[in-house]
Structure formats: structure tokens, C-alpha cells
Design a protein around this ligand. Structure first.
Ligand code: CMC
Length: 426
């Protein structure tokens, strides 16, 4: 029997159906709310609003669960590769060996970037943030690679182009920012190895592939591949709802990710740890500052809108961080500081009461530092990882029979009707 929620308003009773997800999550379907009652909902930050039904990613913030297409993130981090995970997210199933081989061939075929695009790169001012550059260049791809004949071909090739070229473009932006010659991908290298090669290979010192770092990068990207309706993904869906092309929607997603409360937190964590280090390592002072209501400072890498338990991605990345630093015999004082800070915060009443735990960004910066990735590229690394999720969510939304142009409402609080005053009477 269908379940309903009753709403009483101005003496009348209205019923709204309950929708139940496969994991038992319940939602009130209010799609008829305004047409039947004249009311809208007010939900700042959409914290209680389900914007869509989706079969891609499941999260349970209270239990610290994350699954892509039903597969626990822990299993994917242990056994899968980023490319296989991307295929899973976008196509809804794990690829066969043959399908994976075909994907690798296509990635190689589409890994180069139009030479004319390099002129764009050369003209960004020195010091321009790589996220701004990447977002502009992702949008520019549409001009260089115009629409294909059939919708299916258009979507399939655009997806491959984006996954392959964004990686090349990210490495290119780093090389150009240093005034170095661009390095192109090698067909014999897999996706993460190729990225490190394009970033760090130079004519005077060929980059030696280190399998520990390659695997760490693969896992870093798997952990970031999707996270259901977060700020940037919702941006991709909202922008995409105007039926804009996929490049433009992804460009908008990259811009949304840039913010320090979202993907920019990985860079902000390292900046914060360096500040604390400069302050003589006084992490207690940082914790007190974060608790002070008059101070806007927040402990970066702590807290999450959905996770009210330890972020499962943070657990995995912390483990990986310890592993690579040990295997490569790297000692990073920022890691020691991060661990001390975490211990202080996790035993502090303020953080306990508000369920503030380290999120994925708390330790990811240390992992990226070990690879030699510069701090201002950290959020770009997140963006490459999040691409499959954005693409999968955009694709799902395009095929959704219930899809509508995104258009929230508001409660207007400005002045009521007011007469215009001519300039000489003001
Ligand atoms: N440090 C200090 N206090 C915090 C923090 C923090 N990092 N995060 C939340 N709080 C407090 C906040 O001040 C508020 O206190 P009160 O109830 O007294 O007003 C309470 O906890 C709830 O905060 P909120 O802002 O309402 O919670 P939210 O769910 O909207 O915020 C968040 C989520 C991620 C924006 C926030 O926790 C934050 O700013 N964290 C730091 C930035 C960060 O690490 N972001 C990366 C998120 S994970 C990557 C991704 O998936 O995007």
C-alpha cells in the first residue's frame, strides 16, 4: 500500500506520496505542492531537498557508507582502477576485459589537444589559478571539437574526449605555467602513469614511473569519482538542465568545485597546516580559533554536509598516505601535524557535539605532495577524479523522463510595490 504524508493548511488536508529508495531512504514527493496548495518549500542550501532520483551513488552519512553502483568504495579502492570505476559510473556496470581494452585504445586516440589551444594557455597571466584555466579550457573544447552527427556518437565521443583530454590539459597547464615544453601522453602508459609522465617528464630528466605513486594516484581518483548531489555535481545537473552541451556543463562543474568549502579544501588544508607550522605548530590555537563564533576561520578538511561519521574516503586515504610515505621513505612534518591536529579535534567537545570528522581532503594533500604535485594543482587533481561522476550524472539526467528545467523558487523579502523617483527628486 502506498504511504502518504498529510499536510494541513488553511483548514484543508493535502496528501503527498512517500517515495522509497532501494536502501529504504524515504522522501516526500512534493512535485504537486505548489499547484495544489499554492505553497513552496524554503530549504537553504537544499539540505533537505532531493533534486532527483539517481541510481549512481549511494551514501549513508550516519553510517559512513559510500557505494558506486552498489559496490562499496573500499572494494573499488582495493581492486579497481580509475578507468574501470569511471566505466562503472558512466555505464552502470563493470566493463569486460575486451571493453576495458577498447576504452584504453580510445583514450590514446583522443588524448591529444588541438595545437591551437596552446595559444590560449600561453596568454593566461602568470599566476592564474589552474582551476580557472581548466574551467575555461573545458568550455573552449566545444569550439575546437564541434557537434557530431548522431546523439549517441556525440555523447560517447564527448565522454572519451573529456576524460582523456582534461587529463592532458591539466598537465599542460602545469608545464606551461613553468615555461616548460608540453609533454604528450605515451600510448604504452596507463591513465595515471601517463598523467605523472606528462607532468614531470623533462628532456634533461626523464620521469621514472614509480608504481607506488601510480597506484596511489589511481586510488585518489577512485575515491573522488562521484559523491552524489554535491555542489559541483548539482551545478552540472542544473546547468545541463538548460540542455547546454556537456563541455559547458563540465566547465561549470569545475568552477563550482574550485571553492574552498568544496574541492578547494584540499589546497586550503595544506595552507592551514603551513600556517600552523609557522605559528610554532600550535594546533590547539587553531582548534580554539575554529570554535570561536566571532572568528570566520574553520578547520579545513573537517566536517561534511552529509557525513556525520568518519568519511569512509578519509579512512582509505589516511591509510594510503601512511603506506606511501613509509614505502618511499618520505618524512613529511605536515603529516605529523595533521595527525596531532586530528587527535586534538576528535577529542574536543565542540567537534564531538557537531559530529565534525576529517573529510577526504584532510589527508589527500599530503598524498599529492608526496607525488610532487604543487599545491595550486590539488583541486585540479580532484576535478580530474570527479569527471566520471559529473558525466554519469549529466547522462542520467538527460535520459530521465521526469527531468525538468532546473528552476527553484524563492520567498521574496524586498520592498512591496514602490513608485519610481525621478533623478532630480532623490
Ligand atoms: N570547523 C569549525 N566549525 C565547523 C566546521 C569546521 N570545519 N564545519 C562545520 N562547523 C560548524 C559550523 O560553524 C556550524 O556551527 P553552528 O551550528 O554553531 O553554527 C556547524 O558546525 C554546522 O556547520 P554547517 O556549516 O551548517 O554545516 P554544513 O553541513 O553546511 O557544512 C562544510 C559542511 C563542509 C561546508 C563545513 O563542514 C566546512 O566548512 N568544512 C571546512 C571545509 C571543508 O573541509 N570542505 C570539504 C568538504 S569534503 C569535500 C567535498 O566533498 O566537497
Amino acid at each position: 500500500m502506498s504511504e502518504y504524508v498529510k499536510l494541513e493548511f488553511e483548514g484543508k488536508i493535502y496528501q503527498f506520496p512517500i517515495v522509497t529508495g532501494t536502501e529504504g531512504e524515504k522522501a516526500i514527493d512534493i512535485s504537486e505542492l505548489r499547484s495544489s496548495t499554492g505553497l513552496i518549500t524554503l530549504d537553504p542550501g537544499y539540505a533537505n531537498t532531493g533534486s532527483c532520483a539517481s541510481s549512481i551513488t549511494f551514501m549513508d552519512g550516519e553510517k559512513g557508507i559510500l557505494r558506486y553502483r552498489g559496490i562499496p568504495i573500499e572494494q573499488l579502492a582495493e581492486h579497481s582502477s580509475f578507468i574501470e570505476t569511471a566505466y562503472l559510473l558512466i555505464n552502470g556496470k563493470l566493463p569486460t576485459g575486451e571493453e576495458l581494452k577498447q576504452i584504453s585504445i580510445l583514450f590514446n586516440d583522443h588524448s591529444l589537444v588541438h595545437e591551437d589551444m596552446q595559444i590560449f594557455y600561453q596568454n593566461f597571466p602568470r599566476g592564474a589559478h589552474p582551476m580557472g584555466i581548466l574551467s575555461s579550457m573545458a568550455n573552449a573544447l566545444r569550439s575546437f571539437y564541434p557537434e557530431l552527427q548522431t546523439i549517441e556518437e556525440e555523447i560517447n565521443i564527448t565522454v572519451i574526449r573529456l576524460l582523456s583530454k582534461v587529463r592532458t590539459m591539466a598537465a599542460m597547464s602545469y608545464k606551461i605555467s613553468r615555461g616548460h615544453k608540453v609533454v604528450y601522453p605515451r600510448p604504452d602508459y596507463k591513465y595515471p602513469a601517463n598523467f605523472l609522465h606528462m607532468m614531470f617528464d623533462t628532456p634533461v630528466k626523464p620521469y621514472e614511473i614509480n608504481e607506488t605513486l601510480v597506484r596511489a594516484l589511481d586510488v585518489f581518483w577512485i575515491l573522488h569519482a562521484d559523491h552524489e548531489q554535491n555542489c559541483s555535481t548539482s551545478t552540472v545537473r542544473l546547468v545541463g538542465s538548460g540542455r547546454v552541451n556537456l563541455y559547458a556543463a563540465i566547465s561549470a562543474g569545475i568552477s563550482a568545485l574550485w571553492g574552498p568549502l568544496h574541492g578547494g579544501a584540499n589546497q586550503a588544508v595544506i595552507d592551514m597546516l603551513k600556517e600552523i607550522q609557522k605559528d610554532g605548530g600550535n594546533h590547539q590555537r587553531a582548534v580554539e580559533k575554529a570554535k570561536d563564533k566571532k572568528d570566520p576561520f574553520r578547520l579545513m578538511g573537517f566536517g561534511h554536509r552529509v557525513y556525520k561519521a568518519y568519511d569512509p574516503r578519509a579512512k582509505l586515504i589516511k591509510k594510503m598516505c601512511d603506506k606511501i610515505l613509509k614505502e618511499l621513505d618520505i618524512s613529511d612534518p605536515l603529516l605529523d601535524l595533521a595527525k596531532e591536529l586530528e587527535e586534538v579535534a576528535l577529542t574536543d567537545d565542540y567537534f564531538i557535539e557537531k559530529n565534525l570528522y576529517p573529510n577526504v581532503d584532510f589527508y589527500s594533500g599530503i598524498v599529492l605532495r608526496a607525488m610532487g604535485i604543487p599545491t595550486n594543482m590539488f583541486t585540479v587533481m580532484f576535478a580530474i577524479g570527479r569527471l566520471p561522476g559529473w558525466i554519469a550524472q549529466w547522462k542520467e539526467s538527460m535520459d530521465d523522463p521526469m527531468w525538468k528545467l532546473g528552476r527553484p523558487r524563492q520567498v521574496y523579502t524586498g520592498p512591496s510595490i514602490t513608485d519610481y523617483i525621478p533623478i532630480d527628486q532623490r
